[in-house]
Design a protein around this ligand. Structure first.
Ligand code: CU1
Length: 175
């Protein structure tokens, strides 16, 4: 009886070891992740080169197989994305969900798919480079901001170069 259990335990240990080794193998081959990463205090905007953390409001992030690009604002990322040469099939676009973040300190735990987000344009909120587009995962949260602060709600597909240029760039007071 004892011997039977000993043998069973031995077989189980061998099987378990095999599973663990297999899992390690997989982790090594699948190192690419298209999940968003946190913004670092020294990250610079891919377009304008400014330090992203110095600005309030939602930021943009593009995750591709060949790397991650970070942007000081949603508008700056969308302007970059609207250029056809930047369209890559594997690109994932992210923006902060301002329904779950204070405006001055967007929370990297709530980076959402930029293509399904709701954007509020025309508020008096301060952002970084370009027109301020406040991004939300929740339509009602976006509409609430538009009602309270002025502005209107746009979808990803509504945003083109004309939208991005319809207001003068809102420069953050850097001095
Ligand atoms: Cu920028």
């Amino acid at each position: 009886m004892n011997r039977f259990y000993q043998n069973t335990a031995r077989v189980c240990a061998v099987l378990l070891l095999g599973l663990l080794l297999g899992a390690c193998d997989k982790a090594e081959t699948a190192s690419y992740s298209d999940a968003p990463t946190a913004f670092h205090p020294s990250d610079e905007c891919h377009v304008c080169g400014m330090i992203i953390s110095e600005f309030p409001g939602p930021k943009g992030q593009v995750v591709e197989r060949n790397g991650v690009k970070k942007f000081c604002s949603t508008a700056e990322m969308l302007g970059w994305w609207l250029q056809p040469e930047n369209h890559h099939d594997d690109a994932k676009l992210y923006v902060h969900d301002m329904g779950r973040s204070p405006w001055d300190a967007p929370n990297d735990a709530y980076l959402i798919d930029a293509k399904t987000a709701f954007y509020v344009i025309g508020t008096n909120l301060k952002g970084a480079m370009g027109v301020v587009l406040a991004s939300f995962s929740d339509q009602q949260a976006a509409e609430k901001l538009a009602t309270i602060n002025g502005g209107r709600v746009l979808r990803f597909a509504d945003i083109d170069q004309a939208v991005l240029q319809q207001q003068p760039a809102m420069h953050h007071d850097m001095h």
